[in-house]
Design a protein around this ligand. Structure first.
Ligand code: GDP
Ligand code: ZN
Length: 300
């Protein structure tokens, strides 16, 4: 094939994609509705259309009909955005961490609204649970505090490609706007717009960050389901749990860390090294996986 040009898909409009070439030039190319191309895909553009380069990673979510959709390709980082208002529901962060690690992405915790009165207690609680297990940034999209550290993390080593997830109201749009001036999301309206636009195609976009790195934005979703994890592997996706197992401290090699005697994870909970909340979340997900819960177990 001649004249093949390598590029990256930077926007998806449902029936067409925008491709950015190394020259900086952009081109819109029509695609079939279910062509399987997603934002972040590296492609070769030739006479016969697009050829996709195999993906390094793919981040999946479940759509409203229970199908699996790919949110973005070749991502490095999942930014899990939380705030003290609204406070994340039980297990939210750990589920997002599991989703990230399952997809080979590095999870990072972004605690937004650090400026809010009374946020200190919330932040301290989170630090106690997650510091050392995942990278953690305390920021404020409103005052700009902490954004510099987050931006330099995302710009590391030639730049990481990231995706941010967070419940409505945690300030995800504000945050993305603050670190990515080209984004221009309308704060507080995204959710409503997403609902009204149920039947129209969601546009995903990929943006370059001024401090290096890239950001994929897919409006209108904020939670992951888990996809096909064997109960045996689950603990390995919980940062801090696997440390206990690396040391081979559970009496039984196939320990599921439930009620087995001589369990290192249960010991970790007992001694306070593993938080009770995270252990309970683990047990809940474990039960669902074992029960073959439809939300949790589908094809990959
Ligand atoms: P999203 O639903 O997660 O995209 O949240 P938005 O970005 O729309 O923000 C929800 C509300 O939180 C808005 O009223 C924002 O002004 C406010 N907000 C966002 N970030 C911060 C922050 O860092 N500090 C404070 N105090 N409020 C914020
Ligand atoms: Zn165990």
């Amino acid at each position: 094939m001649k004249n093949n040009r390598p590029g990256v898909i930077v926007a998806h409009h449902g029936i067409a994609v925008d491709i950015l070439f190394e020259s900086g030039e952009r081109q819109m190319v029509k695609v079939k509705r279910r062509s399987g191309h997603v934002v972040g895909d590296s492609v070769d553009v030739g006479e016969h259309g697009l050829t996709r380069v195999p993906r390094r990673t793919e981040l999946c979510r479940r759509d409203s009909r229970g199908g699996i959709r790919i949110v973005g390709a070749n991502l490095d980082v999942l930014g899990i955005v939380v705030s003290s208002l609204p406070v994340p529901p039980f297990g939210y962060v750990d589920q997002a961490i599991v989703a990230a690690r399952q997809a080979d992405l590095t999870p990072v915790l972004v605690i937004n609204k650090g400026d809010l009165e009374g946020a200190e207690r919330f932040i301290a609680g989170f630090k106690e649970i997650y510091q050392g297990a995942v990278d953690l940034f305390v920021v404020s999209a409103v005052t700009g505090a902490g954004l510099h550290d987050l931006e330099s993390f995302l710009g590391k080593g030639g730049g990481l490609r990231s995706f941010f997830v967070g419940l409505t109201g945690v300030g995800k749009s504000s945050l993305l706007n603050a670190i990515c001036p080209t984004l221009d999301l309308r704060i507080g309206e995204l959710y409503e717009a997403g609902r009204r636009g149920c039947n129209t195609t969601t546009v995903s976009t990929l943006h370059s960050l001024p401090g290096g790195g890239e950001l994929v934005d897919t409006p209108g979703f904020n939670e992951f389901g888990l996809v096909d994890i064997s109960p045996r592997d689950l603990a390995g996706y919980f940062p801090g749990f696997e440390r206990a197992m690396d040391h081979g401290l559970c009496r039984f090699r196939d320990c599921l860390h439930r009620t087995e005697p001589g369990c290192a994870v249960a010991d970790g909970v007992e001694s306070g090294r593993i938080s009770n909340e995270r252990y309970t979340t683990y047990l809940q997900i474990l039960n669902l996986l074992e029960a073959g819960d439809a939300r949790f177990k589908t094809r990959r």
